[in-house]
Design a protein around this ligand. Sequence first.
Ligand SMILES: O=C(O)CCC(=O)C(=O)O
Length: 210
Amino acid sequence: MFESDQISLFDTATGGARIGELGAAVRRTNLSAGAWVDHCAGWVSGSDDVFTRLLHTVDWQRERRPMYDRVVDVPRLLRFYGADDPLPDPLLVDLRAALDAHYRSELGERFGTVGMCCYRDGADSVAWHGDTIGRGSTEDTMVAIVSLGQSRPLLLRPRAGGASRRYSLGHGDLLVMGGSCQRTWEHCVPKTTRPTGPRISIQFRPQGVR
Ligand SMILES: O=C(O)CCC(=O)C(=O)O
């Protein structure tokens, strides 16, 4: 950790949301092939107002993509912010700074971009994939996810085959996929038929990782 980056428990400027300490609160699980996952339940507290604000004020984008012989709706809303783009809430700035303070020495660079997904209900989902459009296809890296709103499971499975793992991501939880995770494992958020409220996933990635 870099001293100048040190951040302890603090109030953000966002209506009482609080970011907890990382460190002992983070539980690391080593997966196979140099992949690992860090999990910190309840890292952010008091974030109901931020969640509601993001849900209603972000200019969420609907995307469509080709699938076989058709073009289909991507089953979630999306918004992407480049490293130099203004972020839609000061909490996101504080989260990125807190992640940098904790992970920068291990990651060797700062988190830059912020991607957000809005899962409106249980019909929204993301299929099995790794973030391999950019450098994650060839380099170890980290993707940090902060989850707000409805709890949804995030599943991970090794590309080489084998048992999957399940993390239930609740309101304010942090999950970081690290090491080779993007190229040796895949992750997904499956659909569910249970009554399910909205969830926002906020993903912090180093520049060039997509
Ligand atoms: O919903 C999540 O937390 C995962 C999002 C994800 O996998 C992605 O956008 O690549």
